[in-house]
Design a protein around this ligand. Structure first.
Ligand code: IVH
Length: 722
């Protein structure tokens, strides 16, 4: 049994991380024994105590919540994993918006993207956002062949056998359905069915927290008989691959789904204006409690499929849809302390420690305070004073999976003698000066690589799954190697990881030497050392985008790293451009050609470009990268082979005013067709699309003998109607 006696509040970050890992392993083992082997070794009460402790630690240290956390596993996890299914069309998620203004912005951005005239009509559908789990049902020759969960959007779990037990999902489609069609929608459980099920399950002591968990847990059962006994339901609202067009509008396609026998939501309507959308939102919100199932907002979608196609996608979500979420739940409690955490990028983040309070069914013991202005009251609902102080009674809010926030304080409850909070000017981790750049809300530690909070984090980030993905270098090992006082065991920078083996093999066969031998150190051993070295060596070649992401440059997450990699194709080319780029000094300064090239990469704006250029401007960063490049080779990115498009692989420049599409749309379309879009004309340019008013770029193109075409000719060339 675990030691439950250490009070959660006194755990250090390190202890908390170790304990969360232990709890995850232990609870997973109990789950396996309970569900898979039917042979539990602990009582339900003991099991619940472990789960509760896990939840308490996670509430205090949300940054430590693990991928494999027991709190993330929904319901009873199956004892054997389901087979994986690659989605032929990715299953995306939706952006969330929370206010009427946000919805107006969404509508505005759609209109702008499409360059719609102010009086041009634009129809949206509005429908409830069902709180269940999304499902993709693949029909081939009108027979249900595969049902897959969303998973990470690219790969889901094959739950076909379980889905077949849901009576209201058709196994067979009528003759007018296409040969291949993937119908997508939400599997959910009605509230009344959920409550009944709770009663039924109460005796076994194993219940679910809410209808959504219940639906997910019921579906992910190894034994299909169990799933069959659970009252699961389905709404169809979207689709993936289809061998022929399904219709002209969102609304029409969903009606077709209904005709094919799928349940569809009867609250879906078409709206011709922002006002109608908001009216519909309020109507659905007003009826929320009466609806037999849980919903958490309203989804708006552009009705015309032709427009959906033009709008396309951002990295994770479509541009043509958004979810308007219902307001978050609120509660009041007392702020007991303000702690400062130092993030990977050196940002000092204040965290509020709270007296435990339940918000929307979850116990909350801490909340984010964002930054020092937020604590002082700037940017909150109390811009003039009412600084947040330790001891204050605060109103907190929690929305979905978002970290709880402090919204406001109750001034009348402020204890006598409380003092304003003073934000530290030194980094709590390394003592370095913490500074706030002009125009920045965040105060940052200047300690860079010498700051343990950042350096350990940098190494951790570097080896993480989506970066270098080096197995065997977990949290514990990094802590061990980091700034180890023995030279043959020290890892302080990423390059040190790759010299570790050499340093180890170079140790003299003396007593001193043997003291630094990794395999002699507790917790390692010859086998794991060999495995670790092999894992490290296996990454001496690594994809360019991973390499770039691993560097931990501000604003360069996975998506931006991929964007840059796809554009520059080799790390060397990116580095040269970043080193030569000149950041514009003010309005009217366009920067130089290298700068223009970087900001011209689709999705990369000035802020990202500046972070990139700043990074390479720092000498210690260049040193670290060069040292790393001696050990590791980033492999060149393959140019995207677009589907036999006439502009694939071509570098295109759009200039002048475009009349049938916005600049963003033009760029997105060209890139979809495999072209590279550049911001300025050079010898590398293959094609210039010039609208009225084109100036210097057109002139340059003519001088260089580059082909220039009009917007209409562009549409002809790519075989699309304007
Ligand atoms: S449309 C490409 N419509 O919300 C967009 N999603 O936050 C496809 N969801 O993963 C989604 N009700 O599980 C859509 N009426 C609805 C929905 C809905 C619930 C879920 C879905 C999706 C998530 C995104």
């Amino acid at each position: 049994m675990p030691k439950l006696e250490t009070p959660v509040e006194t755990l250090t970050q390190e202890d908390a991380a170790a304990e969360l890992k232990r709890l995850a392993d232990e609870l997973a083992a109990h789950d396996r024994r309970y569900h898979g082997e039917d042979a539990p070794t602990v009582s339900d009460a003991e099991y619940d105590a472990l789960k509760l402790r896990n939840a308490q630690i996670e509430a205090l240290f949300p940054e430590l919540i693990r991928e494999d956390s027991p709190s993330r596993r929904v319901g009873s996890a199956p004892s054997t994993a389901f087979a994986q299914v690659q989605h032929s069309v990715p299953m995306l998620s939706l952006d969330n918006v929370f206010s009427d203004e946000d919805v107006a912005d969404f509508v505005g951005s759609v209109r702008r993207f499409l360059s719609l005239a102010p009086d041009a009509g634009l129809v949206f559908t509005a429908e409830p956002k069902i709180d269940g789990l999304s499902m993709s049902l693949r029909y081939e020759r009108r027979k249900l062949v595969t049902a897959a969960t969303r998973g990470d959007g690219a790969t889901g779990e094959n739950v076909t056998a379980n889905i077949r037990t849901i009576g209201e999902i058709p196994q067979q489609l009528p003759p007018d359905a296409p040969d291949i069609v993937e119908v997508r929608g939400e599997v959910y459980m009605r509230r009344d069915d959920f409550l009944d099920l709770q009663k039924r399950m109460a005796e076994s002591g194993q219940t679910f927290a809410n209808p959504r968990n219940s639906a997910a847990g019921s579906l992910r059962q190894k034994n299909t008989e169990v799933t069959k006994s659970r009252p699961l339901k389905f709404f169809a609202y979207a689709w993936g691959e289809a061998s022929e067009p399904l219709g002209a509008t969102q609304y029409e396609v969903v009606q077709r789904f209904r005709d094919w026998g799928f349940p569809v939501n009867d609250r879906m309507v078409r709206c011709v204006s922002l006002e109608e959308m908001l009216t519909q939102y309020r109507a659905i919100e007003a009826d929320r409690a009466e609806l037999p199932y849980d919903i958490d907002g309203v989804v708006y979608k552009v009705d015309s499929l032709a427009l959906q196609e033009r709008l396309g996608f951002r990295s994770r979500s479509p541009r043509w849809a958004t979810a308007h979420k219902f307001p978050a739940e609120k509660a009041t409690t007392v702020l007991t302390a303000i702690d400062i955490q130092v993030g990977r990028t050196g940002a000092l983040t204040p965290v509020a420690r709270l007296e435990p309070v339940t918000v929307g069914g979850v116990v909350v013991v801490n909340a984010t305070l964002h930054n020092e202005d937020y604590i002082r009251g700037i940017g909150t609902t109390r811009p003039e004073g009412h600084d947040i102080r330790v001891g204050d009674t605060v109103i907190i809010q929690r929305a979905g999976d978002v970290i709880p926030q402090i919204l406001d304080i109750l001034p009348e409850k402020r204890p006598a003698g409380s003092v304003p909070y003073v934000f530290p000017a030194e980094c709590p981790a390394c003592g370095s000066h913490a500074v706030r750049e002009e125009g920045e809300a965040v105060r940052r530690c200047t300690g860079g690589l010498i700051c343990p909070a950042q350096a350990v984090e940098r190494v951790r980030h570097f080896v993480s799954r989506n970066a270098f993905d080096i197995e065997g270098l977990g949290e514990k090992q990094i802590e061990f190697f980091f700034n180890n006082d023995k030279p043959a065991l020290r890892i302080s920078t990423p390059a040190d990881i790759f010299t570790l083996r050499r340093r180890q093999e170079g140790l003299p066969a003396t007593l001193e030497g043997s003291l630094e031998k990794l395999e002699k150190i507790e917790g390692f051993g010859a086998v794991s050392v060999k495995k670790l070295f092999d894992a490290i060596d296996a990454r001496r070649q690594v994809a360019f985008s991973r390499f770039l992401f691993a560097l931990g440059i501000r604003h360069i997450g996975e998506t931006n790293a991929k964007r840059l990699a796809r554009h520059f194709l080799s790390f060397d080319a990116l580095k040269k451009a970043a080193e030569a780029a000149k950041i514009p000094e003010g309005k009217g300064d366009p920067g130089n050609a290298e700068w223009q090239e970087i900001v011209g990469v689709n999705g990369i704006g000035g802020i990202v470009a500046e972070a990139l250029v700043d990074f390479f401007a720092e000498e210690h960063n260049r040193e670290a990268v060069d040292a790393l490049l001696k050990e590791v080779t980033p492999t060149d990115e393959e140019p995207i082979a677009a589907v036999s498009s006439p502009v694939a692989g071509k570098t295109v420049v759009f200039t002048g005013s475009l009349e049938k599409m916005s600049r963003d749309e033009a760029k997105a379309m060209a890139e979809r067709l495999g072209a590279k879009v550049a911001g300025s004309v050079s010898k590398k340019t293959d094609l210039v699309v010039a609208g009225p008013g084109a100036g210097s770029k057109l002139k340059q193109a003519t001088e260089l003998g580059i082909e220039v075409i009009s917007e209409d000719q562009w549409f002809e060339r790519v075989g699309r109607e304007a």
